[in-house]
Write a protein that binds this ligand. Sequence first.
Ligand code: RAM
Length: 891
Amino acid sequence: MNAPTCLRAEQLEHALGIGTRRPRLSWWLPAGSGVQLAHRIRTGEGWDSGRVEGADSIHVPYGGPPPGSGERITWQVKVWTDAGESDWSEWAWFETGLLDPSDWQALWIEPVETEVPPAGHRPAHLLRTPFSTTSPVRRARLHATAQGLYEAYLNGERIGDAELTPGFTQYDARLQVQTYDVTALVREGDNVLGAVLSDGWFRGQIGITRAHDQWGERVSYLAQLHLEHEDGTTSVVCTGKHWRSATAHIVEADLIAGQFSDLRRTRTGWDVPGYDGQDWETVDVADHGYAGLVTSPAPPVRRVEELVPVSVTRPRPDRQVFDLGQNINGWVRLRDLGPKDTRLTLTHGESLGHDGDVTTDHLRIDMPFLPEPLPAGQVDHVVSAGRPGETFEPRHTTHGFRYVRVEGHPGELTADDLRGVVVHTDLRRTGWFECGDERINRLHEAAVWSMRGNVCDIPTDCPTRERAGWTGDWQLFAPTAAFLYDVAGFSAKWLRDVAADQWPDGTVSNISPACRTEGPNGPVAHLNGSAGWGDAAVIVPWQLYRAYGDRAVLEELWPTMTAWLGRTERAAREARHPDRVLRSAEPAPHERYLWDTGFHWGEWLVPGEHIGDDLPQYAQLDKADIATAYYAHSTRLAARIARVIGRDEKAAAYEELSERIRDSWRTEFIAPDGSLRPDTQANHVRALAFDLVPKELRARTAERLVELVRDAGTHLGTGFLATPDLLPVLADTGHLDVAYELLLQDSAPSWLHMIDRGATTIWESWEGVADDGTARDSLNHYSKGAVVSFLHRYTAGIEPDADFPGYQRFTVAPRPGGGLASARAEHHCPYGRIASAWEVDGDRFRLDVTVPPGTTAEVVLPDGTRRTALPGTHTYLCAAPAALTTTGATR
Ligand code: RAM
């Protein structure tokens, strides 16, 4: 059909329960069109924008009458393009949630707990109320949230398919409400509305310290069911004093420790009419208010995929080990739980020990501030009730695992009995890459799976040991993530927690959401405020703007970034590192802009680095080279951001500040002969990526970087921070060949070494699995997987242009190398589908480029030829680069 497609409201295709009356609308132009000249939006409710001149087809603010709470607006759009007037699109819709605190009539309810076991061992609670409807219902919506983790039920059916609701936010400031369409579940007559409520992030164990009870000591539930009857009347069913509670068959539920279900205690029929709940306790009512109730701009967490085990082994007579063949975040679903009273124990891990059994030793937490190492958790238990068809699927916990050990089964389980359930935020996939080299494809897959393993309502570092929203990790991975999935709403949601977590002095928390133990008054407060981590407040919004053209996120985060940069400015100006004081009592003038104090994680986990117990000494080291580099980089980005949001004065001030910081960095870290201190790969990468060295030194800086790589036997030497930029800076400075050599290097440390060792996700440490197979640290950290953006940006050559954000203009400049004979990438940008596919055929290089309507691409062929590509699909031919003629191209 000749009409716009892919209609979205606030980036969401299914915008149910959104928190704004003026969502920004976006669409893809009809295939075959070039540029949009005008658009017209009309709603099913009678509003018509009329013809609106202009090319805007993303983030167009809805201009009709603002909807009230719980109102649905249906809309369609038509456009005028160079190809003429389009048809009307299909109808799309968005629907608001409860927009005002005064919309809430429901009361917060808390199950009565006569005793509260230690965290990790607390049961889930059932909550229920019967209600009846006297006239037929034509529309029903449930709005629900919890301090804890809830699953809602209506008349025996689970409501919706969202998992781990209400999700994880900085609960002191923000708590997400979900809206569900339950029209099909309401019956005329008797009904039962219920919920299962467990500790979740709110009260359960959390983070590396296994802190608990961080936001409160009780769990609470809030739900409001709106019924619209056929006769036009409305009624509301609310949580309140009349609800009753009882403990569930889930006798223990904790996100980290695991779940214990005793199916013998299942209260059959508890969520349908006719159940006798008289022995249930009357709930308590709590006054948590309604301030801070928000909706998420991200899709929910869901069960996204199921994996069939690739093998089942029996390393010892009493246990079976299932291998999913893939490291994931989620849980299992197990059937055949054995005869009544069978107690099964399921231990989840990423690695097998020498005995072929699951080990979680490398995931235990052993930190200087802990009296003794903490257990890895990830252990579920289930006791069978012996009912036919019984299954176990723990939804009140999550695990990072590839292997699961099942102990206690009297019979023989087979691969048919178990599924790995992949659980993560159900992001829309937007990017793909493939080339002729299978190992590179597997590396790409491993990075994708590491991302999938770590987008569980928040971006986490790993799905096992910490599961924490480490700022540095998302800072460095977000640009890569944006090539793979639509992370616009997901990141914007998380940035709101970053803002909420900011300390009064501007310190950006290491982790967001941060629990109290990790906050300014906790025992690890002194470890916050690191360069490269706190800078997420500036860098992530900027990256979102580049990829999605979202100006609003820049405006929203502006106060957070300026407060962070203000703190940095004071830290640089006011204090000096003790080592520098020893060297000279008086500060040199440039030191005003040198950030050499405070705690910094530094480059973090370069090859061979295992800080562990040495953290206190490591913390003392002067890391001014890294911190000042980020200070220069972030202030320059802040200047660009200020221009975009029309704060020109601020822009000028940040531009000037950034130049002074750059000068300071040069004074301190460039020797008179032009060499850099410290003489590390990471420092050279940053110097080039952040434009720290003057133009005339770029070539020599790059040459020295190459020497350092060669001295290491053509191995990388970077850690968390510089790894994403390593290959790009090499490619940009004329060393594309070295970039490919590093990419294809397969002895340690390297990416392909991981793949050759069987990695299905990216390791945290370059030494993740030793020669004897022993695992260390997490095997599922996406950070070092940021290398795959090189495949999208360089190998396939697709690169957004921040001056025309959201890919309104972009570059396709494939830089083939490494003996690859072909590569292809696809990217679904806000305007439509971009594709770049090339192959070497004899001495000819052929490139096919698809440019979506509404955008323009600058195509740069390997021979340097430049072409402007308008919407459509184009083929370009040129001579293959010498190293790649068919004889050279092997993959
Ligand atoms: C580790 C986390 C994270 C990293 C910090 C500094 O414990 O896993 O990835 O950002 O340390």
